[in-house]
Ligand binder design. Sequence first.
Ligand code: GDP
Length: 142
Amino acid sequence: MSGKLTFTMIKPGAVEKEYIGPILKMINENGFHIVAMKLLQLTIPDAKAFYEVHKERPFYNSLVESMTSGPIVAAILEKENAVEAYRKLIGATDPSKAEEGTIRKLYADSIEANAVHGSDSDENAIIEGNFFFSTSDKFFKG
Ligand code: GDP
């Protein structure tokens, strides 16, 4: 059975452009409840650890630089089938390929500065939630 929780970040470029409000509005209007949220700036070691799965990719250093360039919003979102529903709402990684009306189509600048992160599996949602929220276990255990 699919889980009810997913993890998101609003990335530095979108925070800088004052898109926190519009993106949270879309999140709420699409039926997600925000169960945890904070605004913070990632350190380089934080960003390297969060994106470690991509460490062999050519864009890794640039991604780490971009993700540490300013504050982000980290949040845990609740909805039935949360991971899949949120991936659909954010759209494709590359905003030029994202569907009309998706968060990335509306608010992303590029494939790297693509406005938001969304977990790609229930397992990663738990790992990523725990990365940012020391109390997130209580949400994931219900
Ligand atoms: P996501 O699950 O849609 O966020 O995509 P991935 O897990 O594949 O990639 C993680 C993040 O790395 C993306 O959200 C982008 O910020 C960045 N990224 C992915 N592919 C590329 C790429 O080809 N070039 C650059 N510069 N960044 C990328």
